[in-house]
Design a protein around this ligand. Structure first.
Ligand SMILES: Cc1cc2nc3c(=O)[nH]c(=O)nc-3n(C[C@H](O)[C@H](O)[C@H](O)COP(=O)(O)O)c2cc1C
Length: 341
């Protein structure tokens, strides 16, 4: 690198860092003013921040709230339109947000909601109806013994949000997926609904409504990408080999875990598997009970492997469905990032 280029890069890095600091400071002050109900001052600070940097989706959304609360509908719609351009903000939030009530009588409100509906429809239409027949990765057989007792794992398990910068092995990933939803009692000629047999986690009516995906970022002997876990055969089916961690992190609102996790398990459910038999009781109770059983297995198994994890329920449903390329019918439920501790 020539000296001039090196100096330019240094100055650029320095400026970027200074701008980022200035932006962060301004949006912090803006959100404090918003919380203190000083809406005009908050809006002005957001405006200044967006001159320093393009607004982050959630800062734009908060700026729209400040604008709506001080009666500046033009600014509110301008910021909202930018914020909802991503798939991270859901229509229901807008509809339920009291800060935006002032906008409800404006015809632009209905135009905005209709545009959001159209975006959801177009994302859903782009999703597959069935899981793809991608290339298959056979997982190592799980271990059935450990030096760590169940009692020790229950006592010490914690939600961990920061991980070591080192890879997971494919054997560890295999063990975690098996503990989550692997077969523990194969049944020959099992009825279709059983899909191979009984599993490590209990399930109402043995209907197994959950689907699991692995997002691999740094796993030895496994290319980065997204994989669908097939419990019946203990295999991963490759959905995409593209590096989509940033997109995945965005879908999870860039929570701290995504900075250092080496992989993540993503859970979704096909509610119909359960509601066909149990109706509303299946929808309102059983599917999420099944999820809890499975996720706790992951917590305990992760502890035994000295791996950290954390249940994440806060994410954008649409963005997560899109990045994972879930089938249309699936409802995303949990993300469990994984990394060495
Ligand atoms: C349904 C559910 C949703 C959760 N969502 C998040 C989340 O989005 N982000 C996060 O950091 N932790 C999340 N957690 C983890 C909880 O914050 C954590 O379990 C709680 O603070 C108790 O800590 P412990 O798990 O270490 O005992 C969630 C936990 C549950 C059960």
């Amino acid at each position: 690198m020539s000296k001039a280029v090196a100096v330019f890069v240094l100055i650029s890095c320095f400026c970027t860092a200074v701008f980022a600091q200035e932006y962060d400071q301004l949006v912090l002050e803006a959100s404090n003013k918003l919380l203190a109900s000083d809406y005009q001052a908050s809006l002005e600070l957001y405006r200044q921040a967006f001159q320093v940097e393009d607004g982050n989706i959630f800062d734009l959304y908060n700026a729209a709230c400040a604008a709506a609360l001080c009666g500046n509908s033009d600014a509110a719609f301008m910021y909202l339109e930018k914020a909802v351009n991503s798939n991270l903000i859901e229509k229901q939030w807008l509809e339920e947000d009291e800060d935006l009530v002032n906008l409800h009588s404006d015809s632009r409100w209905y135009t905005l909601l209709a545009a959001m509906d159209a975006r959801v429809d177009s994302v859903l239409a782009s999703l597959p109806e069935y899981h793809p027949e991608g290339s298959v990765v056979a997982l190592p057989q799980p271990r059935l013994s450990s030096d760590v007792s169940v009692e020790e794992a229950m006592q010490n398990r914690r939600s961990v949000r920061c991980y070591e910068d080192s890879p997971l092995t494919i054997a560890e990933v295999s063990q975690l997926l098996w503990s989550a939803y692997g077969l523990s009692y194969p049944v020959e000629n099992a009825p279709d609904f059983l899909r191979g047999g009984l599993r490590t986690a209990p399930s109402a009516g043995a209907l197994y409504p959950l689907e699991l995906y692995l997002v691999a970022r740094n796993v030895t002997d496994l290319d980065p990408g997204i994989y669908w876990y097939k419990s019946e055969t203990h295999e991963l089916v490759r959905m995409t080999g593209e590096d989509c961690w940033d997109e995945f992190s965005n879908a999870g609102f860039n929570q701290l875990h995504f900075e250092t996790a080496a992989a993540a398990i993503v859970y979704s459910a096909i509610f119909e598997r359960c509601t066909e038999k149990y109706g509303d009781r299946g929808r309102e109770r059983y599917v999420c009970m099944d999820l809890g059983h499975s996720a706790e297995n992951v917590y305990l198994q992760a502890y035994a492997l000295k791996i950290g994890t954390c249940a994440i329920g806060a994410f954008s449903d649409l963005a997560l469905k899109q990045v994972i390329r879930m089938t249309r019918i699936e409802v995303p439920l949990y993300i469990m990032p994984l990394g060495k501790v």
